[in-house]
Design a protein around this ligand. Structure first.
Ligand code: EPZ
Length: 430
């Protein structure tokens, strides 16, 4: 199994191209199930999660053709991918596939809306928390679906004339359930109003793509979204928005090591809260015509308290990375995780590098230390793994991060991007 070996101590200087967003690409790909025409997505990142979803969609009858790549970036960078689902050949999403990637559960929305039925495995828990699906069930029931749980599967059935528009208020903000309601309501009869919808940029991206496919959606990006159902959707061409979590991750890496890096092809509006937090921590961030320039020269890292929240708050997907940064702050900071109940697996691993962190319920107290020292570490999820890479960039000596497959789920060419800016990061195969 591959590992990543980091030799710490180098500043980052140069240009890092930001890829298309994993968490936008996944629901956009799933939206291809809604039409018999071709949906073409540009800027699809080359990631293990994307490849896994390609396999899952293939199982439902989606033909996939990959071509094109950005000039001068070589093989493997974000691509243009064509998805065509002439007919849905199978409305079952089996446990073996859904359990590997939670987002594949979201196929339930399009399958139900287009074919009137879906049998989708319950995803089960995962490393960062229990992650139930009650909001999906309630939301689709509000559209008239019958939802039955049977042997670990949800059997969903639409009324004979198809899903029916309705008003539904989410009791809690959920990105995935908002995606599913958007897709399902686009093909429902009548108007659907969703209150307390997720406002994440990835929801807006999906709404824009659905609109290009002929859906009638208003209010995406606010808490109330109105969808007027249409009888069918057509193909479209859509560009996946830049990855705000990748953006924030590299911005934190630069804040950690010091240096001057242009994060190319991204924009500040995707992550204002995280950028403001980084500025308080001592980074200088400016938006340029081509991206975001992140600089930290000379000054130390200041402690800053953060609380994770749904967008536009500080993202849970940057919590681990920010904690890594705070391990080197000049003082004490607190990080409160409010989205997932078990998203602190990186704490014990950061401690192996010399970090001083104590946990009390959902809050971590981080006492900055003047040095970290390299060690072998491992993590059980994507963002936790990359937090260890960030810590490794400044740790003395060698840090070896195992279970690299977590990183490959969400970071396109991580080693290459960091090394081009002066880091010493190497993939080691056993
Ligand atoms: C999305 O997950 C992202 N995944 C996650 O990124 C991200 O951490 C999360 O949103 C929050 O921003 C993708 O976009 C593929 P939620 P999602 O439904 O949609 C609870 C990463 O590292 N909940 O917004 O699954 C849930 O347990 C991943 O890229 C219910 O209680 O998250 C959580 O506490 C990890 N019932 C909260 O809502 C439900 O039916 C928010 O989860 C659904 C969710």
């Amino acid at each position: 199994m591959d590992r990543i070996r980091i030799t710490g101590g180098n500043q980052l200087n140069g240009i890092i191209p930001i890829s298309g967003a994993k968490n936008a690409a996944l629901p956009l790909m799933i939206a291809s199930l809604l039409t018999s025409d071709t949906l073409t997505l540009e800027n699809v990142p080359h990631l293990a999660d994307v490849e896994q979803l390609i396999r899952i969609l293939g199982n439902h009858g989606v033909d996939i053709a990959v071509n094109g790549r950005r000039e001068s970036q070589g093989e493997g960078y974000s691509r243009t991918v064509h998805f065509t689902c002439r007919t849905i050949v199978d409305t079952t999403a089996p446990y073996e596939l859904v359990s590997k990637m939670r987002a594949s559960f979201w196929v339930i929305g399009p399958l139900l809306a287009r074919d009137g039925k879906a049998r989708v495995s319950l995803p089960g828990g995962c490393a960062i928390g229990t992650r139930p699906v009650d909001l999906f069930i309630e939301g689709l029931e509000a559209l008239g679906a019958t939802m039955e749980i049977d042997s670990g599967y949800i059997n969903a059935t639409a009324p004979s004339g198809g899903l029916i528009g309705a008003t539904y208020t989410f009791p809690k903000v959920s990105v995935g359930a908002t995606h599913v309601m958007l897709m399902a309501a686009s093909l429902a009869r009548g108007t659907t109003v969703i209150h307390n919808a997720a406002r994440e940029p990835e929801v807006v991206d999906l709404a824009q793509c659905l609109t290009a496919m002929g859906a009638k959606i208003e209010g995406a990006g606010t808490s109330t979204i109105t969808i007027e159902g249409v009888t069918s959707l057509s193909g479209a061409r859509h560009r996946v928005l830049p990855d705000r979590i990748e953006t924030g991750t590299y911005a934190m890496a630069v804040a950690m090591t010091g240096g001057d890096v242009l994060l190319e092809g991204t924009r500040a509006s995707l992550l204002e809260n995280a950028l403001d937090t980084l500025k308080l921590a001592g980074a200088t961030i400016t938006e340029t015509e081509t991206g975001l320039r992140v600089v930290r020269n000379g000054n130390g890292i200041h402690p800053v308290d953060v609380v994770t929240e749904p967008f536009p708050g500080f993202p849970t997907d940057l919590q681990a990375q920010f904690m890594a940064l705070m391990t080197r702050a000049q003082g004490v900071s607190h990080i409160t995780e409010t989205i997932f109940e078990n998203r602190f697996m990186h704490v014990q691993e950061l401690a192996r590098l010399g970090a001083k962190i104590s946990l009390s319920g959902q809050m971590a107290r981080i006492e900055g230390v003047s040095r970290l020292k390299g060690a072998p570490v491992m993590a059980t999820d994507l963002r936790a793994s990359v937090s260890l890479v960030i810590a490794g960039l400044v740790a003395e000596g060698e840090t070896v991060v195992s279970r690299v497959y977590h990183l490959d789920r969400g970071f396109e060419r991580l080693e290459e991007k960091l090394n081009r800016c002066g880091a010493q990061v190497e993939r080691v195969s056993d």
